[in-house]
Design a binder for this molecule. Structure first.
Ligand SMILES: O=P(O)(O)OC[C@H]1O[C@H](OP(=O)(O)OP(=O)(O)O)[C@H](O)[C@@H]1O
Ligand SMILES: Nc1nc2[nH]cnc2c(=O)[nH]1
Length: 185
């Protein structure tokens, strides 16, 4: 797939900044305090949901002050597109979750299909408890399970397509130092 880099640069230039890095880091620090309070004695297995969870997990984990094991999983349903499709598992968790507390770390709880499927997977895999942490909770009425919430939420966000801090626009700008909304989306 050929990518028009001029378009990718233009998207960044025209985007609306919803949260600065400072605001995001403050939210992550607050979440770390909550997780330290709740999970310090639980010997949790922490799974980063690739790719989007990478930056959030990388900033959150050094703020957790208790022993933990960390790994990753990769479930995707956007695959470089700006609307989601069927969930596709690129990498299932490798560490055994049997009788373990699991903490899932992901960038965004949007329609929630991804997080719901991951939580179901972990429960079926024998996890004792599944905890979820998301940096962004997008606000709309299209949630896959309206009664489902993430246990730890960084910040809310309006119903627009966003990128930065791990989230991509057509595969780019996961490195953007804040959360940005694409113009017109
Ligand atoms: O709540 P949902 O509507 O299910 O969307 C949330 C998921 O979408 C994104 O992943 P994506 O499929 O884009 O994969 P990626 O992280 O590899 O880009 C994001 O990282 C979440 O995992
Ligand atoms: N980059 C990105 N990925 C998503 N996955 C679900 N919602 C979004 C979004 O708004 N932006």
């Amino acid at each position: 797939m050929s990518v028009d880099l001029a378009h990718i640069r233009q998207v960044m230039a025209e985007a609306d900044c919803l949260y600065t890095a400072e605001e995001l880091d403050a939210a992550i620090a607050r979440m770390a305090g909550e997780i330290n309070r709740d999970l310090a004695e639980r010997d949790p297995l922490v799974f980063c949901v690739m790719n989007g969870g990478l930056i959030f997990a990388g900033k959150l984990l050094p703020l957790l002050d208790f022993p933990l094991e960390q790994s990753y999983l990769h479930a995707t349903r956007y695959r470089g597109e700006t609307s989601g499709g069927e969930l596709f598992w690129k990498a299932k968790p490798e560490l055994s979750m049997v009788d373990r507390d699991v903490l899932i770390v992901d960038d965004i709880f949007d329609e929630g299909h991804t997080l719901a499927a991951i939580v179901d997977y972990c429960k079926h895999a024998g996890a004792r408890a599944v905890h979820t942490a998301v940096l962004i909770d997008k606000e709309h009425d299209r949630k896959a399970r309206p009664d489902m919430n993430a246990d730890y939420v960084g910040l809310p966000c309006i119903d627009r397509y966003i990128f930065g801090y791990g989230m991509d626009y057509k595969g780019y700008w996961r490195n953007a130092p804040g959360i940005f909304a694409v113009k017109g989306m």
